[in-house]
Design a protein around this ligand. Sequence first.
Ligand SMILES: *[C@@H]1O[C@H](CO)[C@@H](O)[C@H](O)[C@H]1NC(C)=O
Ligand SMILES: *[C@@H]1O[C@H](CO)[C@@H](O)[C@H](O)[C@H]1NC(C)=O
Length: 254
Amino acid sequence: GSCHLSWIYPLVPLLFLLGPEDTGVYAVEALDICTCLLRWPPQTTTGGGWDSRHWSPRSPRPGRRLTAECQQGILEASKARDVPIIIDADGLWLIAQHPALIHGYRKAVLTPNHGEFTRLSDAVLRDLVDGSDHREAVRRLSQALGNVTVVRKGERDVMSDGEHVLECAHEGSSRRCGGQGDLLSGALGVLVHWALHAGPEKTNGSSPLLLAALGACSLTRQCGHQAFQKHGRSTTTTDMIAEVGPAFRRLFET
Ligand SMILES: *[C@@H]1O[C@H](CO)[C@@H](O)[C@H](O)[C@H]1NC(C)=O
Ligand SMILES: *[C@@H]1O[C@H](CO)[C@@H](O)[C@H](O)[C@H]1NC(C)=O
């Protein structure tokens, strides 16, 4: 399983689109996380694992903000269980305040946009890198965080595990819709889980998290591309989510 530290609405359709049999444990963990979000504060959720008996299938209200305390609790619980964790949006704000929370946790993936990337770099790097060299800037930020995987979203997505740097410039949509980042996080959650389970012979020695990041960026862009072809300027994230299945087949199953 993996934990997505932002709000989770794109995660659930992804799980059902891709099929619970493919995602296995992940689905259970995702439901537990949903429950955990719905049932915070921690005294109701800690002790003997997350209690999922009272799970109700509704997502948290869009735009609902988790408190820093809640996020920190989820982070620590995920680390204690060795669960991969995808950090976006508000979660990145927390990391910029307290980088030690994630330092060296090799199952974390951070997905900052330009502004969030700058804030994180200002927080953890003593001397800033030349801003135009995105590859080096991403590698340096990853290293400063103890080699956690960093995916800098942008015109090209640039990602690094502190050693290797990959870029994704797969053709996407010319329209950016709100919630697109959540689709990326959801895809990352699933692909990180798969990559970690695939084992080193399938990932050919590369970091499974880095490969998952490349796959998730490509998938998100492919969804955007297909949705844009159908809906043009009125494309919404819901249209993109509807393309997850076909985009996945086109990219990874042909
Ligand atoms: C991070 O990776 C780099 C490059 O492989 C390595 O030199 C460095 O020691 C690593 N840092 C940690 C904290 O593992
Ligand atoms: C696997 O890694 C080796 C060594 O880096 C490389 O020569 C080979 O081409 C890779 N195989 C695939 C399928 O990428």
